[in-house]
Design a protein around this ligand. Structure first.
Ligand SMILES: Nc1ncnc2c1ncn2[C@@H]1O[C@H](COP(=O)(O)OP(=O)(O)OP(=O)(O)O)[C@@H](O)[C@H]1O
Ligand SMILES: CC(C)(CO)[C@@H](O)C(=O)[O-]
Ligand code: BAL
Length: 373
């Protein structure tokens, strides 16, 4: 955390020049880098100045440990906004009491490095005369828990007190079944972040599809003046969805973890081949998870990676209600969560990931069954 500052970290940027009162015209050059804010008032000051200068803000909320998936959200935001604000905050209220808050990957220095490199890439694209406007990252918002939860320590108990945003019944379904406080925490922190940033547009990844449905509902129901953009899932060449928690997988569990995507693909293929019933579509996915699990169980503890399929769901895209039959004109959301168990025994020299294979890893993924004519 050596590069983290307590107030605001200034770089030589057009946005920071603005903050100092020297307004640069957009054509005179984009910000070359960004400022880091730890508190809300200075962030708001920058936001107000951008507003006065008719600049638009795209906001990308993250919990850090940045990877190409996060960068894809920023690139999309850069296509539609002059300025991008990125938040890095590991939000305690979305972790249940027995969840992985303390072990969640925190990689501040490499996160800042990646964002600086991305700003360089965006600057080059502008210099090369890209057709589409290319915005820049102007601000990183990395608040403390006290800034985000000023009046009391946040509760991660389901019946804990606090000022919370709850979006029901959406937040009780799917991920909410296993993580009961998760979406209360997500909606609450996003409401606070949106209030601090007042973005023109917000960017979320399709990988966390239930989160996107809940954020869209929150924006609609609370009359929040921002547009919600969903960016498609970035995957490894194998198909595994990128996720910050993947660093805990290691080679063996990474290979077996791909089962989640293979199962969803099998279900998607069933739909594409004309099947619309729950039984046919989810049956195709379940036969993949069952087969792989049986294969793994037959192996020795030094070779296998066991997992449990938490849910495989076929749901309505807006309500996330489970479907018996897909209406082809509307399509559906196919989603799954798979819990990779810790490795039982490891081999000398094996790449077991961060935590030596002892950390259970929850994988989620989804495919949208596209509406068809
Ligand atoms: N592979 C991906 N493709 C596109 N967007 C992604 C991907 N992974 C994460 N995102 C999006 O980045 C934003 C921040 O996510 P977050 O910081 O929790 O990262 P994460 O990789 O999802 O981590 P986790 O391991 O907690 O699931 C969210 O909107 C999330 O959907
Ligand atoms: C949206 C979010 C940053 C809120 O903490 C988090 O849930 C995430 O990273 O997806
Ligand atoms: N991207 C989702 C954050 C979480 O799992 O807590």
């Amino acid at each position: 955390m050596s590069r983290l500052v307590t107030g605001v970290r200034s770089f030589s940027t057009a946005a920071s020049s603005m903050l100092a009162g020297v307004t640069s015209a957009r054509s005179a050059g984009h910000p070359s880098s960004f400022q880091v804010f730890r508190d809300v008032p200075q962030l708001r000051q920058l936001r107000r100045q951008l507003l006065r200068n008719d600049r638009s803000v795209g906001f990308v909320p993250t919990m850090g440990a940045l990877h190409e998936g996060h960068l894809s959200l920023i690139r999309e935001a850069a296509r539609e906004n002059t300025d991008i604000f990125v938040s890095i905050f590991v939000n305690p209220t979305q972790f249940g009491v027995n969840e992985d808050l303390s072990s969640y990957p925190r990689t501040w220095d490499s996160d800042v490095e990646k964002l600086e490199q991305l700003n360089e890439e965006l600057a080059k694209a502008t210099a090369a005369g890209s057709d589409t406007p290319t915005g820049r990252i102007s601000a990183i918002f990395a608040p403390t828990s006290k800034v985000m939860y000023p009046s009391m320590p946040p509760s991660s108990e389901i019946d804990g007190d606090g000022s919370f945003v709850t979006i029901t019944p959406l937040s009780k379904k799917l991920e909410g079944g296993s993580r009961p406080v998760f979406f209360r925490g997500v909606a609450t922190v996003c409401m606070k972040l949106f209030n601090a940033v007042t973005p023109d547009r917000v960017y979320f990844g399709q990988k966390d599809i239930q989160q996107t449905v809940i954020i869209k509902r929150m924006v609609q129901d609370f009359l929040i003046g921002t547009e919600v953009r969903i960016v498609s899932t970035t995957r490894e060449p194998t198909g595994l969805a990128l996720s910050s928690r993947n660093v805990y997988l290691g080679e063996r569990r990474r290979a077996v973890g791909l089962t989640i995507y293979k199962a969803l693909k099998a279900a998607d293929e069933a739909y594409r081949s004309g099947k619309t019933s729950r039984e046919d579509i989810l049956g195709a996915a379940r036969s993949v998870t069952k087969r792989v699990l049986a294969e793994q169980e037959a192996l020795s503890p030094t070779e296998r990676a066991l997992f449990e399929a938490d849910y495989i769901s076929l749901a309505d895209p807006d309500t996330l209600d489970e479907l018996d039959l897909v209406d082809r004109s509307k399509g559906a959301v196919l989603s799954a969560a798979l819990k990779m168990a810790p490795l039982e025994e490891t081999k000398p020299g094996e790449d077991c990931g961060l935590g030596d294979g002892k950390v259970a890893v929850r994988l989620i993924d989804n495919i949208i069954l596209q509406p068809q004519q």
